[in-house]
Design a protein around this ligand. Structure first.
Ligand code: AP5
Length: 221
């Protein structure tokens, strides 16, 4: 595998884009090490709000459990607050945001996005990836029963997300195709008239192979 190179000089934020289960969270952990930009995952923020039982969590719960997108204004409010934090001043790594053109338009008003990394995975691989996902609640590390088995010593404490069942995955894929996929054209058009760079990575390989492709793209950035 290519040696990690610090890309601390990279200006602006990075958007990690792709369907549910494409491997955004898995690859985000590695890109954070490469770029030193903090990961900002709207999914993780919403799940934290849900487990705290906050007003935001209560508002988001039914949408998340149904595999639908949480309303734009809720998400935009969440991101605006997050970007005011100190660690966000040199840009962040967005994971799972923006997910609609309205979210991308609002983001463009408050933050410079310099790179979009699109992880491409066909629908037929997604269900198996998501249904087999497990998470370590202590470290947040993501595992997979077949593709990335957890060590035996922690297998008892692994959890499965409530929305990681076959039925909800179908709704999430539907939301992706209807509301999120059009963003890839939106960003491509934007890149023709600005300094934004958009790269596509084949997400069908192993976790290490996908990381290697992203790493190579980041080297020429
Ligand atoms: P969110 O948490 O963002 O979920 P998602 O986009 O559906 O993405 P996932 O977390 O399911 O997948 P991932 O791409 O991170 O894949 P992972 O690396 O885990 O959102 C959840 C919900 O919150 C949404 O449905 C919505 O309701 C709401 N929400 C969040 N953001 C929102 C927004 N901006 N606007 C509106 N609503 C919002 O990998 C998946 C599995 O595959 C793992 O087990 C992993 O080990 C395995 N794997 C990863 N890569 C590979 C590989 N290359 N080969 C084999 N297995 C692999």
């Amino acid at each position: 595998m290519t040696e990690s190179l610090p890309r601390n000089g990279m200006k602006g934020s990075i958007v990690l884009f792709g369907p549910p289960g494409a491997g955004k969270g898995t690859q985000a952990a590695r890109i954070v090490d490469l770029t030193s930009k903090p990961q900002v995952s709207t999914g993780d923020m919403l799940r934290a709000a849900l487990s705290e039982g906050s007003k935001l969590g209560i508002e988001a719960k039914s949408f998340m459990e149904a595999g639908e997108l949480v309303p734009d204004e809720v998400i935009i409010g969440l991101i605006s607050e997050r970007l005011k934090m100190d660690d966000a001043k040199n840009g962040v790594l967005f994971d799972g945001f923006p997910r609609t053109i309205a979210q991308a338009e609002e983001l463009a008003k408050i933050e410079e996005v310099s790179l979009v990394i699109s992880i491409e995975v066909p629908d037929d691989s997604i269900v198996r990836r998501i249904v087999g996902r497990r998470m370590d609640p202590e470290t947040g590390e993501i595992f997979h029963i077949d593709f990335k088995p957890a060590p035996e010593s922690i297998s008892d404490r692994l959890i499965q997300r409530k929305d990681d069942n076959e039925e909800t995955v179908r709704s999430r894929l539907n939301a992706y195709h209807q509301q999120t996929k059009p963003l890839s054209d939106w960003y491509s058009k934007l890149s023709e008239k600005t300094n934004l760079r958009v790269i596509s990575v084949d997400g069908r390989g192993s976790i290490d192979e996908v990381a290697e492709s992203i790493n190579l793209e980041l080297e020429v950035f």
